[in-house]
Design a protein. Sequence first.
Length: 364
Amino acid sequence: MTAQFVRVWGISFLTGAVLVGGAVLFCATRGEAVQLHSSSPTTLSVADPSPSPGPFDQSIASVQALVMDSHGAIYAGSFGHGIFRSADRGSTWVRVGGGVTDPFILSLSCTKDGAIYAGTFRGGVFRSRDEGHSWQPVSTGLKRLEVKALLAVDQELFAGTGDGVYRLRQSDDHWIPVTSGLDDILVHALARSSDGTLFAGTSGKGLFRFSPRSSGWVRLHHGLKDHEGMIENFIRVLVVDHDQNIVAGTFDGGVFRSADGGLTWRPISRALPNDSIRGIVSNNRTLVVATGNGIFKTEDQGKQWIPVNKGLTNQAIQVLIGSKETGLYAGTSSGVFRSDDGSSWIAVNEGLEAGIAPPPFLFR
């Protein structure tokens, strides 16, 4: 028998099989072994070196999503601990989110009318019209309920899901596909240019564009290649800067920029120490990029990247928002950090207590 322990979300699983004459007789899983050759499988107890499955605990919430409303209030979406709100630039936080049945928040967005939308791991989309105090589900029409990206443009809202891109029809709160072509494809990032062109970054299928004048999604890949010449198919972040250039951050291939609506791309992160891009903020001529190992800025379109990590005790960034006027906010696995000058950071975590949350794969 060959066996190994696999650790997922802090819980150990024993995997293995017994082979007799080429046939698998037993499959060992977490805490039990199941006999496969019998018409009525028999469960056998096996030793488990880890604690029994259940809640996992941490002191400060892991923040996956951030958004700021028109009044300056900040909402933080955590992985397993729901939604928090701060009305004082992150100095203190209050847990909100009554009515959100999935505490694993993947995305947040705010429309011009003040509504806050939250995309979740398994529960679809929720909306609040009262500063986060109460939430209602808004998921009718979605084929998949994992919502990795939310994009609000004026009064329109778009969702990147495990089944492509949807637009919320405001008249009856019904989601409709933007167009065909991204079926069963997980969309991680969304952006829209001033002419109405929509860009979608996917997990494994690259980058796509949909123009109001086109009949469907068009894949964009000319110049979108990593250091080894391979096309980048995993897009995590998309931003349209003030000059309408498109900036794309990849899972492990760095940052790319397009000045012609996505037709051609060039890498701008050759000098960046880390290629795992987690967030991008464009401030006039300055581009601030959050990576898996710190935050960096460039003022010369990527020729030189300057580290801006003073006070950032957790450099594994998960989300980055802000501007020169509002300051920058970085979400990490240990809460939120704020920078008022773009160079140094302070932790702003009072009230972001995590407590206990269920493992996501056991969540119902």
